[in-house]
Design a protein around this ligand. Structure first.
Ligand code: AHR
Length: 348
């Protein structure tokens, strides 16, 4: 990345004390302020002006995504001093790039992108830079580095956590694993696969039988699981679903085929996201382990934007906290055992 200094901050809450002394400054929004500071002029953070923000959202493919969208509407509200344009790009990469172009044409103050795919961003990001509009990449990652700040989760670590938990749970027993991956080309897919596979490589007693994309949707998860059952019935004992909605579809397919799963079943289910319903299934013992991907990121993005707007240093990279949860009866060094209290405290 360019246009700022390197600083990683862990956690949802960026305390002002942590921000001091790290981060970069927006040389687009803050150019005038910086010049004035150098001349010794009195500086005040901008206040009272509505900040226009464009959010190029992936789509509406999952419960996670819907929670993330609602979080942006809640935080980037008119009451909070924002004018938010959120475009649901329906998992269409070309449409997402056009959404960003429309934000540039409208000369919005800031652009936030949850990138559908990692590839293909250089040109439009250069256009944003040429137009002087700071860009924050949120949720997922991209191959390009010409943006201003990033906020999201560590999906490689999410995959490692899932693998470590499975190793602990199986304690040396064989695993014959089917993986329902997320959308092709998405960093959430690539990261979770990379992380899980790194643990798989340490377990010669594990075999990955097959992996196919369920596109992060319930229908996709169900279709892939139906096809897996046709090809591999009786040959697998672990299904890794790269998000909760895929897990719901996979459970429907296994129910229809009379295959049992969860803590009392023949098949171990690992899921990602830990949204409310995913955690309900975990509490019910149907999902063995659900690794969180926290959708509540808008507050952190807004904090970065406020720092940029004030011409202050801002963090280049902010990692949102995640944890993992396991069904009652499972004790784990890698995950928290689910309780009703945890579920009741879940806002999404
Ligand atoms: O990028 C985050 C992923 O995207 C979530 O795991 C998934 O549910 C969503 O579609």
């Amino acid at each position: 990345m360019k246009r700022k200094l390197v600083c990683a901050i862990i956690g949802m809450t960026m305390a002002a004390s942590l921000l001091a002394g790290c981060g970069g400054s927006s040389d687009t929004a803050a150019t005038d302020e910086t010049a004035a500071e150098e001349e010794g002029a009195e500086e005040e953070a901008p206040s009272g002006d509505v900040i226009t923000v464009g959010y190029a959202q992936v789509g509406h493919e999952s419960d996670w995504r819907m929670a993330n969208t609602q979080n942006y509407y809640d935080v980037f509200s008119a009451e909070n001093g924002y004018d938010l344009q959120l475009i649901d790009c329906d998992n269409d990469n070309a449409a997402q790039i056009e959404a960003v172009r429309s934000f540039i044409q409208q000369e919005l103050d800031y652009i936030v992108i949850a990138p559908i795919e990692t590839a293909g961003w250089d040109t439009v990001l250069q256009e944003a830079e040429d137009a002087g509009i700071p860009v924050i990449i949120a949720d997922r990652e991209i191959d390009a580095d010409n943006y201003d700040a990033w906020v999201g989760t560590n999906t490689v670590n999410e995959g490692i956590t899932a693998g470590n938990w499975l190793g602990e749970y199986l304690d040396g027993a064989d695993a014959n694993i089917l993986v329902i991956e997320g959308s092709v080309g998405a960093s959430a897919t690539l990261g979770r696969t990379e992380g899980f596979d790194s643990v798989l490589a340490e377990h010669p007693e594990w075999t990955k039988i097959d992996q196919q994309s369920g596109d992060f949707t319930q229908s996709g998860g169900q279709e892939v699981m139906e096809s897996f059952i046709k090809s591999y019935e009786g040959q697998f004992n672990v299904v890794v679903c790269q998000n909760d909605n895929e897990a719901y579809g996979a459970m429907d397919a296994m129910d229809a085929a009379g295959i049992t799963y969860g803590v009392d079943g023949d098949v171990i289910i690992i899921s990602f996201d830990a949204t409310h319903d995913g955690l309900q299934y975990t509490l019910d013992g149907k999902i063995n382990c659900d690794v969180e991907c926290n959708p509540i990121q808008a507050e952190t993005v807004a904090e970065v934007i406020q720092l940029m707007a004030a011409g202050e240093e801002y963090p280049e990279s902010t990692l949102v906290d995640d944890e993992a949860f396991v069904a009652p009866g499972i004790e784990s060094a890698y995950a928290t055992t689910m309780t009703q209290e945890i579920l009741d405290g879940r806002a999404y």
